[in-house]
Design a binder for this molecule. Sequence first.
Ligand code: ZN
Length: 49
Amino acid sequence: MPESLKDPVCGMAVDPRHAAAKGEYATGTVYFCSTGCKTAYDRQHPSSR
Ligand SMILES: [Zn+2]
């Protein structure tokens, strides 16, 4: 099991307890190091709704 998750935008390891932002996507919950990374990810991965 992973001890930390990777921010898919910048590749930084993110601790879910201290993630600056997170989002729900078709693939599951994704954690981000910053809200800016989440915004960038949202542009490429629109939510399923
Ligand atoms: Zn990031």
